[in-house]
Ligand binder design. Structure first.
Ligand SMILES: Nc1ncnc2c1ncn2[C@@H]1O[C@H](COP(=O)(O)OP(=O)(O)OP(=O)(O)O)[C@@H](O)[C@H]1O
Length: 676
């Protein structure tokens, strides 16, 4: 169990502090016991002119505090811890209600100083005062005398109670460097007395309460985990994983979270059996956290740190499970520029993210005011809130936008030289105080728990994983189909053998048969063009019969008609050549006979004697036998060529006709006798 040493009861020490409070000078040392009273809604409203100090508050407060002090059982008889019972006047819903409505709770904590007279003092449990700036009102004001347990009793117990009621809760410490944020959240030194920080006190309270519930035979079973991260120079580090501690973890919107959430991908969660174990992890994380020396703090936190304690509640009777998170944030402190380069760089990141937080708080505050003033007429729509301006605001986004009950502890250094920062901090606090929250209880999962600590989140994640796995499978199928399509395209025979039927079959395998068919058709047409080009190139070269048939087979039927006409033209041309050649031969014969008889070349007219058939027109007329022989030879060659060409065309026509017959047959038509 917890290694706490027995501590003096807070109530006893409070009694002794009360005596100081009754003296006028002791107002700055006001103990912090009363529940929240104030609900002032703007910074200007929070401020009142200085007034004479009242001394009448102490007795009332003292009575209140004693009556509201309740002992909470712990599991060890040697440890007796006393907590206040949760305040009921803070706008919180009762245990049975489903919703919490109220504003962010803002507490101010004044750091004790020994050497100088403080400029800022607590005049009662809700007000802080400055001789020049006046009085300011908040939910809680903790004087320098208040210890961490006092603070916890006022602001921490409520949050933990709400956690058990099914809400998320967030507490963050805000203030200038050296003003006491880390002291408040994590305590100091060996934690021998009341210097335990809020984190440890919350952890202790949570484990005590789970034990108490078990003792009361409650059906609920609890599992508790802890995670610890820091934002250093805008990078998110996992402080509970020594191997990954320098990795920059990514943020992701977590749709499994009710109302949306921000998920830190890969953040380690450690399961804890008791507060001792929880603090062991926290201390381990502390060792990794970045610290350094600043003008105001010898061990300044150079990063924002967020510890999350997750309470997983399983109803062993119904199997319902839910998880709720308590986020405890120790922000890095704002500071002025320093000479040291490293500190300056860190400082600029810190200031930038705090500025982003300030802007978000300011805008939310304005939005809340607008909603208040327009009340029912408001449609509830939010203006743009720049959560994305920094990692810090992104991480706090779910809490600030209604996923969590939020409390802020603003720590201040009461010295004169820190006054500007104090005013800034109070301004921040007053804006935060304006922000109204309306938070649903986290829904409870039905469905049986797995018994091994499964929780809502885990079940949701399982569902999400299944969904994503299916998606991945679907995408793998698409990729496989696409690769197959590529292979098929590449394997389409290069040539003319791919029939339309086969292309249709190939096409049927694809998701989009029309598209696939068109692409194959396109490929075929390209092939046809290629072959026509080859045919043109091969003019005069003998084509194989099969080639002719193939070419003709792929020709559209209209081309066949054209070819036939062309062939008829050629045939008539050949007939003309033949007739002319006949005439020439006759003429030649005649000339030869004349030569043999020794007759002179009296006639130069060599035009055909019988002009009964049309003859082609020639450019010149032969003048002697040799010339004539030459002409005749050339013409014979030409005739041979034409006959060859005619043969080819005949074959083409034959092939065309047979292709036509085939197609007609395949179309179920009866071939007409003229086709054959
Ligand atoms: N309420 C307090 N009681 C006693 N000592 C305190 C208190 N608040 C702060 N201190 C002391 O002041 C010093 C600075 O405090 P702390 O480190 O908590 O400041 P911080 O706001 O976290 O600063 P930083 O932003 O630089 O990290 C510490 O030595 C701490 O012990």
């Amino acid at each position: 169990m917890l290694p706490y040493k027995t501590t003096p009861s807070p109530s006893i020490r409070r009694e002794s502090m009360m005596s100081q409070f009754n003296t006028p000078k002791a107002s700055s040392q006001l103990p912090c016991l009363s529940p929240s009273l104030s609900t002032v809604s703007s910074f200007s409203n929070l401020r009142r002119p200085s007034r004479p100090r009242s001394t009448s508050i102490s007795s009332t407060t003292s009575n209140n505090s004693t009556s509201s002090l309740t002992s909470v059982s712990t599991t060890s008889s040697t440890i007796k811890r006393r907590y206040f019972s949760p305040s009921s006047s803070n706008g919180y819903a009762s245990k049975n209600h489903q919703r919490y409505t109220g504003t962010i709770t803002v507490a101010i904590r004044i750091k004790p100083i020994t050497d100088l007279i403080p400029q800022w003092t607590a005049i009662n449990h809700n007000e802080i005062s400055h001789p020049d700036h006046g009085d300011f009102s908040f939910d809680q004001v903790f004087g320098p005398q208040c210890d961490n347990l006092n603070v916890f009793n006022q602001v921490g117990t409520d949050l933990v109670e709400k956690l058990f009621d099914g809400f998320n809760a967030t507490l963050f410490a805000y203030g200038m460097t050296g003003s006491g944020k880390t002291y408040t959240m994590l305590g100091e030194g060996n934690n021998s007395s009341n210097n335990m920080g809020i984190v440890e006190l919350c952890g202790s309270y949570i484990f005590d309460k789970t034990q108490e519930e078990l003792n009361n035979n409650n059906n609920n079973r609890y599992n508790i985990t802890v995670s610890y991260l820091e934002i250093y120079n805008e990078k998110i580090h996992d402080l509970l994983d020594v191997v990954k501690k320098n990795e920059d973890l990514k943020l992701r919107n977590d749709l499994t979270q009710q109302g949306g959430g921000i998920h830190v991908v890969g953040l380690t969660e450690r399961r804890c059996q008791d507060c001792n174990e929880l603090m062991k992890w926290v201390k381990m994380g502390e060792l990794s956290r970045k610290t350094g020396k600043t003008d105001y703090n010898t061990r300044s936190s150079r990063s924002h740190a967020i510890i999350q304690i997750k309470l997983i509640t399983t109803d062993s009777f119904t199997g319902n499970i839910r998880s709720n998170i308590l986020s405890l944030c120790d922000l890095a402190g704002s500071e002025r520029a320093t000479a040291q380069l490293e500190r300056r760089k860190e400082g600029s990141y810190i200031n930038k993210s705090l500025l982003a937080l300030g802007t978000v708080i300011s805008k939310l505050s304005v939005e809340s005011n607008v909603k208040d003033t327009s009340s029912n007429s408001s449609n509830g729509a939010m203006g743009h809130i720049p959560y994305r301006d920094s990692k810090l605001t992104r991480l706090l986004q779910p809490a600030l936008s209604g996923n969590s009950i939020v409390t802020t502890i603003c720590t201040i250094d009461p010295r004169k030289e820190a006054s500007a920062e104090t005013i800034n901090t109070l301004r921040f606090g007053s804006r935060a105080k304006n922000i109204s929250l309306s938070i649903s209880r986290r829904s409870i999962n039905t469905g049986l728990a797995s018994g091994n600590g499964a929780n809502t989140n885990e079940l949701e994640k399982d569902r999400k994983i299944k969904e994503l796995t299916n998606l991945v499978k679907e995408q793998e199928n698409i990729i496989r189909d696409l690769s197959q399509e590529k292979i098929d395209r590449q394997s389409v025979p290069h040539g003319l053998m791919l029939s339309r039927e086969s292309t249709m079959l190939v096409g049927d395998n694809y998701n989009d048969p029309n598209g696939q068919y068109l692409s194959i058709e396109n490929k075929m047409l390209k092939e046809k063009i290629n072959n026509f080009e080859k045919l043109l190139d091969k003019d005069g070269v003998e084509l194989q019969d099969t080639q002719v048939v193939e070419i003709v087979d792929m020709l559209p039927l209209e081309v066949g008609g054209l070819l036939e006409t062309k062939v008829q033209g050629l045939e008539s041309e050949i007939r003309q050549y033949k007739s002319y050649t006949d005439q020439l031969e006759r003429k030649l014969l005649m000339l030869q006979q004349q030569n043999q008889r020794g007759q002179p070349h009296a006639q130069r007219d060599i035009s055909p004697m019988h002009n009964d058939s049309p003859s082609p027109t020639f450019e010149f007329s032969p003048t002697n036998t040799t010339e004539l022989e030459d002409i005749i030879q050339r013409k014979e060659n030409k005739i041979t060529d034409l006959q060859k060409m005619l043969d080819r065309k005949d074959k083409m026509i034959e092939a065309l006709q047979s292709a036509k017959r085939l197609r007609d047959r395949s179309l179920g038509q009866i071939a007409s006798p003229s086709d054959t």
